[in-house]
Design a protein around this ligand. Structure first.
Ligand SMILES: [Zn+2]
Length: 130
């Protein structure tokens, strides 16, 4: 992730900037079945990030932000993106900025091609550090 101070590109999940030594606070880690991605600053999550997280399920995402992760320096929040597919947090549709807690599960709901009902991709959210 980019350092908010000096724009240096650091490895995901880094606790401090390797260039200016700014200490990142409360990294948020998204965990999917294909891998984990860490966040230190506000960032929208769309297909490229989801591809690193959820194996084949990234195909459900579009290039529009699926959701936006934001931090006030202490807590993390998730906001709905502009994707046409719904994001659910713990089975509740995400419609407003919502505080994230360790263990929350974000899901992307897409219409099923085989009839009524829905498919979903599941991401579990973990928050480390603080
Ligand atoms: Zn820096």
């Amino acid at each position: 992730m980019k350092c908010p101070e000096c724009n240096h590109e650091n490895p995901d999940g880094a606790l401090e900037c390797s260039n200016c030594y700014l200490r990142f606070r409360s990294p948020l880690v998204l965990k999917g079945d294909a891998g984990t991605v860490g966040f230190n600053v506000r960032q929208s999550v769309s297909r490229p990030t989801l591809k690193r997280l959820c194996a084949d399920d990234y195909r459900f995402a579009t290039s529009n932000p699926q959701f936006v992760l934001d931090t006030d320096g202490t807590d993390w929040f998730v906001e709905p993106g502009t994707s046409t597919f719904a994001t659910h947090i713990n089975s509740t549709p995400l419609t407003i900025r919502t505080k994230l807690n360790d263990g929350d599960v974000l899901s992307i709901f897409v219409p099923s091609s085989s009839g009524p009902g829905e498919e979903r991709a599941i991401l579990s959210i973990s928050i480390v550090g603080g």
